[in-house]
Design a binder for this molecule. Structure first.
Ligand code: ADP
Ligand code: MG
Ligand code: MG
Length: 254
């Protein structure tokens, strides 16, 4: 019983000829950690956006199921409400919004989807504080404007905070480790691990990364190598070492 089940997925841009995804198959069970690696332009980010529901892309063939539901029938918002988390790309319009108000809106949207009453701002603070602490963020962080003046590390921590708050069933972390120094990477990895422990159910994660190093902190159950819109190899955590020393081309030529 898979949480996420992707079968023979073919995707292109709405008005393009060429496929970006060329027959992806992927099964993620509850509690599993999957890493997706692969060269630039192989389609990793496209896959994550298609799962999340960005309408830029057209699914031409294949299917995506989440807890047996046909995800393609759901909007991007409702996929988030079903429990799929992809770190938000903030639209410019909301740049002036306080972080805490933004987080509460997202939180309440999910409650509403599940026919539960929204929480008021005070109650919400009680929910946020422990998670903030766990991630090692200062309270003042909540009262800053979304996306204004966050350092690279803070932005990533904020993504993890969102993931924690929404208590998603499946989190997709697309290059969450990019541009982080060693200390920040360690902090983020520990934050993710704490969130996993604190979660009310076993969350699944898809980590998209170019670098082996985050996988030293967060051990994946599976590593998939994506190449030209396909998963061309799947292995266990040890595959990361091979990729680090040998690159991707040897797999492509196999
Ligand atoms: P990766 O994340 O593995 O680096 P992407 O999914 O970002 O790869 O991109 C895969 C391919 O699809 C690339 O050739 C990229 O240029 C193309 N592509 C993806 N999204 C778009 C887009 N919105 N417009 C034009 N080309 C795109
Ligand atoms: Mg890329
Ligand atoms: Mg990418």
């Amino acid at each position: 019983n898979s949480l996420l089940q992707i079968k023979n997925l073919h995707v292109k841009l709405a008005n393009a000829e060429e496929y970006i995804l060329n027959g992806i198959n992927l099964n993620v069970k509850q509690g599993e950690i999957h890493a997706i690696m692969g060269p630039n332009g192989s389609g990793k980010s496209t896959l994550s956006k298609v799962i999340a529901g960005h309408n830029l892309y057209k699914v031409v063939k294949g299917e995506i199921r989440f807890e047996e539901k046909n995800l393609l029938d759901y909007t991007i918002e409702d996929r988030a409400n079903l429990g799929i988390f992809l770190a938000f790309q903030y639209p410019l319009e909301i740049a002036g919004v306080n972080n805490i108000d933004f987080l509460r809106l997202a939180y309440n949207s999910k409650l509403k989807f599940n026919q539960t009453n929204p929480v008021d701002p005070l109650k919400f603070l009680e929910i946020v504080y422990p998670k903030l602490k766990l991630i090692g963020l200062d309270e003042s962080f909540l009262h800053r404007k979304v996306n204004e003046g966050f350092s690279g590390g803070e932005k990533k921590k904020n993504e993890i905070l969102q993931m924690a708050l929404l208590d998603s069933k499946l989190a997709i972390l697309d290059e969450t480790d990019s541009g982080l120094d060693i200390d920040a990477l360690k902090d983020i990895s520990n934050a993710i691990k704490s969130i996993l422990k604190m979660s009310q159910f076993k969350q699944s994660i898809i980590i998209i990364t170019h670098y082996q190093r985050i996988l030293n902190y967060i051990q994946p159950d599976y590593i998939h190598v994506m190449y030209k819109g396909k998963i061309i190899k799947t292995g266990d955590a040890s595959l990361a070492n091979q990729l680090e020393s040998r690159g991707y081309e040897w797999i492509a030529s196999e």
